[in-house]
Design a binder for this molecule. Structure first.
Ligand SMILES: *Cc1c(COP(=O)(O)O)cnc(C)c1O
Length: 214
């Protein structure tokens, strides 16, 4: 059993209630990237069944034996040459961020007859080193995913600049989602997940606060 898991669960429920939302309105995505199994085991044994990973290959190595027991989300950048493996292995891809990737994912969905749930990543801080469509591109990109590529988009994801107040970024993501008819918002990490919940997050991606420093 994991003390940290219980603590994070309580904090998520409290933040949801404080925001006038049901205690179970927010899903915890446990970010297990780069963690040794002895850090992950207590969280898995505590009943956590939704995990986030940054890399396709690392995720396969870690989770293949337990794959049927968990929901797995790709939260790191996806190269088109890994799209086949990602569609085959992940339940959710949160980092759809360019037309070339949309096209390749659409082809893989056809070929494999299975469709991961998809989130569009928005680079709300317009940081050059960070993935994601810019806020001004977002509406057209979502429309292209749906219309040109026939992809069903479930929600939006963002990673605000580390040095910024995250609130304007979370609000911007919520606005883009609302005007595009998207109900799901993946936002908030170890240091700001309660703030993200106050801004409408439906899932939070928590790594170090659950498993310890990487
Ligand atoms: C690593 C990572 C997280 C988890 O970060 P923590 O600060 O350890 O909670 C969340 N989201 C993404 C996209 C990440 O790469």
């Amino acid at each position: 059993m994991s003390q940290a898991l219980n603590a994070i669960r309580s904090r998520i429920a409290a933040a949801a209630l404080a925001a006038g939302r049901p205690a179970d309105a927010v899903q915890l995505v446990a970010v297990s990237k780069l963690q040794p199994w002895d850090h992950i085991a207590p969280v898995f044994d505590g009943g956590q069944r939704v995990f986030g990973e940054n890399r396709v290959q690392e995720a396969r190595e870690r989770w293949t034996p337990l794959r049927e027991q968990i929901e797995l989300r790709l939260i790191g950048p996806l190269q088109t040459n890994k799209a086949r493996d990602a569609v085959a292995f992940f339940d959710v891809i949160e980092t759809l961020d360019r037309e070339k990737l949309a096209r390749v994912l659409a082809d893989e969905v056809q070929a494999q007859g299975t469709a991961p749930r998809l989130y569009v990543q928005v680079n709300t801080g317009e940081e050059p080193q960070k993935a994601g469509v810019t806020p001004v591109e977002a509406d057209a990109f979502i429309a292209a995913c749906r219309g040109v590529y026939g992809l069903s988009v479930e929600g939006l994801m963002c990673i605000p600049p580390a040095e910024d107040d995250p609130v304007p970024h979370f609000r911007m993501l919520a606005d883009i989602a609302a005007r595009n008819g998207l109900a799901k918002l993946s936002m908030g990490m170890s240091d700001d997940f309660e703030t993200a919940i106050a801004c409408g997050a439906t899932s939070v991606r928590v790594g170090s606060a659950l498993f310890g420093a990487r």
